[in-house]
Design a binder for this molecule. Structure first.
Ligand code: URA
Length: 213
């Protein structure tokens, strides 16, 4: 359902479009209410020939301001893990399952909240367009919501993270902890969670090199 008439942007890929075309149209998306109270659409970012795609959940405050995924605190942790694994972020494509920031008012402050199922559904055609145009060899899902979008509703992050899967669309898929989840761990579990995230990203880097991507 569209929330405004007269300027309707059908979500998803149209015949003949490039990634830049799709990104430009996504900036005018009105397929869910999230566009209304945010700065901008945060579409995926990275070269259109990237072979490795990272998929997170939704933009946060910094991402909403800058228009680029994973540039806030979670992005900084992600960057550290990528650097340690020897993966150059500028060669990767980084995106989210929802492309506007979901937030809730707490007092006078906007606090991030998980995207609703309806928001994920409304935004899915944009993710499908990114997958169809990039055709990544490897997808790294950051957190359970992204993993469930790619690997199915039954996916259990606690039991299945760090393992390789294949889908009809993507030959190599691995899911790991969301960096923002790592950052909110209490002191006694922070180091273990961080080590898990870093080890999973190192595993992705090994596969990336083994496939000579
Ligand atoms: N968390 C996400 O899932 N995506 C971002 O872009 C930033 C934080």
């Amino acid at each position: 359902m569209l929330f405004e008439t007269g300027d309707e942007v059908p979500p998803g890929l149209l015949a003949g479009e490039t990634l830049a075309d799709v990104a430009a149209r996504a900036r005018r998306c009105r397929a869910c209410p999230l566009y209304a109270d945010n700065t901008q659409t945060v579409f995926g970012h990275g070269p259109p020939d990237a072979r490795l795609m990272l998929i997170g959940e939704a933009p946060g405050e910094q991402e909403d301001r800058q228009g680029i995924p994973f540039v806030g605190p979670a992005g900084q942790l992600l960057d550290q893990a990528l650097a340690e694994a020897g993966l150059a972020r500028e060669r990767l494509y980084v995106t989210n399952i929802v492309k506007h920031r979901p937030w809730v008012l707490q007092g006078t402050r906007r606090k991030n909240r998980p995207p609703r199922v309806s928001e994920i559904r409304a935004c899915r055609p944009w993710l499908d367009a990114e997958l169809a145009l990039l055709r990544p060899q490897i997808v790294l899902c950051l957190g359970a919501p992204a993993a469930r979008e790619i690997l199915g509703k039954e996916f259990k992050l606690t039991q299945q993270r760090g393992q390789w899967f294949q889908t009809p669309q993507v030959p190599h898929v691995l899911a790991t902890l969301h960096p923002a989840y790592v950052l909110i761990q209490p002191p006694e579990s922070l180091e273990a969670a961080r080590a898990t995230l870093f080890a999973d990203i190192a595993e992705v880097a090994r596969r990336y090199r083994a496939l000579a991507l």
